[in-house]
Design a protein around this ligand. Structure first.
Ligand code: FAD
Length: 414
């Protein structure tokens, strides 16, 4: 069992109570409002309540004491994030959701005083929202070296030209800026070619082309936006860090972001396991309850094994981020990114099967979970890229000097 301090335990208990008493009973109302509104009224009401209780910015590490929030360590946050993950909208109630939290962390770590006041403060207070624009429709964006959007220095400004898509939350009314990745130093080496810049979305030349339909629909509260940036003039003071440091800074943003997605997915998997049991106990076929079939028991048992495995891995990575940092934990971050969402996808699929036709409707959370899990095997880097990272680092860490001693004379190949 995860041991966390008294303060973190108190936050966890308060979040669990708030979830049970205020969020879960309002889920049906939220679903109804979310089909018509970007920010359902009930969600805003609950955000105000959570903030007043101090249950706010739970996912940010302890940095500045004067900023609003509970500020748990990554390891402490794992226990809380699971509760937040039980419903896809719960993390927003506590202002602890992507992509705002990773952007907050980025600005905390690398932002100037001006950037913190103008862009970080409204995020921390929950008054505005943000997005992140790396991926481009025209190029294979798993490889950041392919990106084509340009950031060109002209006098006191940078001029941005290019197209981006899958900027999550980009078109929401609250979203007032994006953190854009673009090529500022085309002649530099691949890892020093790009910069990150804050682009306010009300600037001339920023055009929202569309919200991309995902699995056949566009959800009002969770959109993936396609932008065109045409000669957008951005003041130089909006550059994050140094010119050419975009790749390194972007990686720093993605570590915790990946971890948080994994933690929330585990929380949702726990809900799906409960629902598999409840549903199979409630239905009968051929004279037997569905939970009597060995296939049902196996589905639940395998889900339990898999989810407990990834939870331990995720807690380990959270501890690594707290102790040795994002860079040292690169391999393990890639490991949880691959492992968790494969498990998430498998559990969502099993839940659908046990629910029968209801499993693919919006009357059960399993279908939406499957869609999210599928997306998360591509978002923040597809599985294959992470597997290559794991192999590369694994190979580097191996000492192969005595492997021949384990083998017969001809087994090494030559
Ligand atoms: C739900 C969701 C939310 C997202 N949110 C954001 C966001 O907020 N901001 C943002 O900028 N982007 C976002 N993205 C985009 C995401 O980061 C990219 O889709 C991802 O980086 C892959 O880029 P691509 O789609 O261009 O795929 P490509 O680069 O075209 O890759 C396609 C496929 O090629 C294969 N492939 C690629 N490289 C390798 C390799 N090295 N070895 C073997 N096979 C390989 C893989 O199968 C891969 O899936 C989101 C995506 C999803 C699904």
């Amino acid at each position: 069992m995860l041991m966390i301090g008294d303060e973190a335990n108190a936050v966890k208990d308060a979040v669990a109570q708030f979830f049970q008493q205020r969020i879960l009973p309002n889920h049906h109302l939220w679903q109804h409002q979310a089909s018509q509104q970007q920010t359902p009224e009930i969600e805003q009401q609950l955000r105000d309540e959570a903030k007043a209780l101090g249950l706010w910015n739970l996912a940010l590490p302890r940095l500045a004491a004067d900023e609003p929030g509970t500020r748990l360590s990554n390891l402490e946050f794992t226990a809380v994030a699971e509760i937040l993950g039980r419903l896809p909208w719960a993390s927003r109630v506590f202002n602890s959701h992507a992509p705002d939290t990773p952007n907050m962390e980025l600005l905390q770590l690398f932002g100037t005083a001006y950037q913190k006041e103008k862009f970080l403060r409204p995020l921390l207070e929950g008054e505005g929202g943000s997005c992140f624009s790396m991926t481009e429709p025209e190029v294979a964006s798993s490889d950041p070296g392919n990106l084509q959007t340009t950031i060109t220095s002209e006098g006191d400004d940078y001029v941005i030209n290019g197209r981006k898509w899958f900027s999550s939350n980009g078109s929401l009314d609250k979203t007032f800026f994006t953190v854009l990745v673009g090529v500022s130093n085309p002649q530099a080496s691949k890892s020093q070619r790009q910069s990150l810049i804050i682009v306010p979305l009300n600037l001339s030349g920023v055009e929202i082309e569309r919200d991309v339909p995902v699995f056949g629909s566009v959800h009002k509260t969770n959109v993936h936006t396609q932008f065109n940036f045409s000669n957008v003039r951005v003041p130089k003071e909006n550059l994050i860090g140094e010119e050419g440091a975009g790749f390194a800074i972007g990686q720093a943003r993605l570590g915790p972001a990946r971890l948080h997605h994994c933690m929330r997915a585990i929380g949702e998997c726990e809900v799906l396991i409960s629902l598999m049991i409840a549903r199979s106990q409630a239905r009968k076929t051929f004279g037997q309850r569905v939970d009597n079939y060995s296939s049902t028991k196996e589905a639940v048992a395998l889900s339990r094994i898999e989810i407990d495995q990834v939870r331990l891995l995720v807690q380990h990575v959270a501890w690594l981020l707290d102790t040795v940092g994002n860079k040292q934990a690169r391999k393990e971050i890639s490991m949880i990114k691959v492992a968790t969402f494969r498990v998430y996808q498998a559990i969502a699929d099993r839940a659908i099967q046990i629910f029968g036709a209801a499993g693919i409707t919006d009357d059960s959370p399993a279908a939406a979970a499957l869609v999210r899990a599928r997306g998360l095997r591509i978002a923040d880097g597809p599985d294959e890229v992470h597997l290559q990272t794991i192999y590369r680092l694994e190979e580097k860490q191996q000492d192969l000097s005595d492997t021949h001693l384990y083998l017969g004379v001809n087994a090494l190949g030559n």
